[in-house]
Design a protein around this ligand. Structure first.
Ligand code: FES
Length: 103
């Protein structure tokens, strides 16, 4: 069953930017790709870097610690096809962004 948690306002995540947010007991990374909000698990699988503080270039975020890159719409690592960062379902209602943290 879905567990939608409000994590931010749409205006908090400008187009082309990334942001960290708290969702219950988790940290999630939010991205705005051309007006569409996406969410991923915020801790980089390399050494736990903050993917929500990374620089977003198109659909690709770069981890600020050592430069691993992920497609934020799929979680796919850009160099290792076996590595995929979990993405979280997102919905927007009015000005509010919700993330499903049930998984
Ligand atoms: S912690 Fe993200 S690339 Fe190292």
């Amino acid at each position: 069953m879905a567990n939608w948690v409000r994590v931010a306002s749409v205006q908090d995540v400008g187009i082309g930017t990334a942001r960290e947010a708290i969702a219950g007991e988790r940290i999630v990374a939010l991205y705005n790709v051309e007006g569409q909000i996406h969410a991923m698990e915020a801790l980089c699988p390399h050494q736990g870097g903050p993917l929500g503080q990374g620089k977003l270039n198109g659909r690709v975020v770069t981890c600020p610690w050592h430069g691993w890159q992920f497609d934020v719409t799929t979680g796919q690592h850009q160099a290792n096809p076996r590595l995929r960062q979990p993405c979280l379902p997102v919905k927007v209602e009015g000005d509010d962004i919700f993330v499903d943290v049930s998984e």
